[in-house]
Ligand binder design. Structure first.
Ligand code: GDP
Ligand code: MG
Length: 372
């Protein structure tokens, strides 16, 4: 809707910008000729000038690429993909510890020494099936991802410390999780502690409409300890059961589509994007566009930091080669040519800049009118 400027609109319907501005001004709407018109302003103008106004998204031609995997898909090339599981919960309830414990418990003894540093996403295997885990991206980032329709998560685990119970951020997480529509598993952590009180957690969660199965509800509650490893196998088994019910599939032969879960600018490496592949296979040399950034995949590392040539379905790792740092939650898509990738990114960047500019002129106009 905010995609046409006053002067462009005037030109399109054979009026002068002044005529358009006058109509809006008479109704108390202050615009300048470079401002973008809002939906309601367009409707008023349409009525005033006796023309039919249909609104087309200016970015339609470039944004289609983010769901083009949905069109002309050949179902026969779809295979089961691993679930992506996000761990959320109140600060200090043990999200990071739990992730670290799950990871170290799944790694062969010889390799375990290699893990010193926490990473925010990785894939493990349980009973020959893969599961990808993501540390809570922070509530703001999670909301941003949802707003962009980046549904990277299939299953949400809400961690509640059994000695502490439901806290402010637990409440927030519950509402995010419910809004996402994902299956929820409650992990009652710190069960090794003397003061652990799982019944208290169950009662508090039941009050918030997450009722345990053994209380006649349909939410799975699992007692775990990130310290001793208790309950972790049961948790993983439960994830696999939920995943099976979801019937998650994707096409490994498609051009890749991935979601950025973290990004940074690293000395000597440039923009680094930590991603999860949602469809297809991402390879070195692929031309990528990611929101307003673009580039060619220069290097990929897997969740162990080892260089790899590609990332497959639900796999996670880092990608080098973008010209700028992409925003969290943005979607990376592979294009046929570097020109295509560059054109799309450039169109989006220009559009974003124009919008920003239009906003700032509006603000200064309002400020001015306040002074007069
Ligand atoms: P996060 O903020 O949710 O990521 O929480 P952390 O993983 O950083 O854990 C917060 C604190 O709780 C740390 O001091 C952990 O050592 C401790 N902790 C985490 N899990 C357990 C557990 O299962 N048992 C005990 N006793 N302590 C735990
Ligand atoms: Mg943490």
């Amino acid at each position: 809707p905010e995609d046409i400027r006053v002067y462009e609109f005037a030109e399109a319907c054979g009026k002068s910008p002044a005529e358009v501005i006058t109509v809006l001004f008479s109704l108390g709407m202050m615009v300048t000729k470079n401002d973008f018109l809002k939906q309601d302003e367009l409707e008023i103008l349409g009525e005033e000038f006796g023309i039919e106004v249909t609104v087309k998204d200016a970015l339609e031609d470039v944004n289609y690429i983010e769901d083009y995997h949905g069109e002309d898909v050949d179902e026969s090339s779809f295979v089961t993909r691993p679930p992506v599981v996000t761990i959320m919960g109140h600060v200090d309830h043990g999200k990071t510890s739990l992730l670290d414990k799950i990871r170290s418990s799944k790694i062969a003894a010889g390799e375990a020494g290699g893990i010193t540093q926490h990473i925010s996403s990785y894939t493990v295997e349980k009973n020959g099936q893969k599961i990808t885990f993501v540390d809570t991206p922070g509530h703001a980032a999670f909301s941003a991802m949802r707003a962009r329709g980046a549904n990277v998560t299939d299953i949400i685990i809400i961690v509640v410390a059994a000695d502490d119970g439901v806290k402010a951020q637990t409440e927030e997480v519950i509402s995010h999780a419910k809004a996402s529509g994902c299956p929820i598993i409650v992990a009652m952590n710190k069960m090794d502690k003397e003061s652990a009180n799982p019944d208290m957690v169950k009662a508090q969660m039941a009050e918030r409409e997450l009722t345990p199965i053994d209380w006649g509800g349909n939410t799975e509650f699992i007692g775990v300890s990130a310290k001793t490893g208790e309950g972790i196998d049961e948790l993983l088994e439960n994830i696999l059961i939920q995943a099976e019910l979801l019937e998650l599939t994707a096409d490994p032969s498609a051009k890749a589509k991935a979601t950025v879960i973290e990004s940074s600018l690293e000395k000597g490496r440039g923009p680094v994007a930590n991603i999860i592949v949602q469809n297809g296979t991402l390879r070195i040399g692929d031309n990528i566009v990611c929101d307003t950034t673009f580039g060619r995949v220069k290097a990929i590392t897997d969740d162990n930091g080892r260089p790899v040539k590609e990332l497959g379905l639900s796999e996670t790792g880092t990608v080098l080669g973008l010209n700028e740092v992409p925003t969290t939650g943005s979607i990376m898509v592979v294009m046929d040519s570097d020109k295509e990738a560059r054109d799309i990114a450039t169109t989006r960047a220009e559009h974003a800049r124009a919008k920003e500019l239009s906003k700032s002129t509006k603000v200064s106009l309002e400020e001015m009118s306040g002074l007069i």
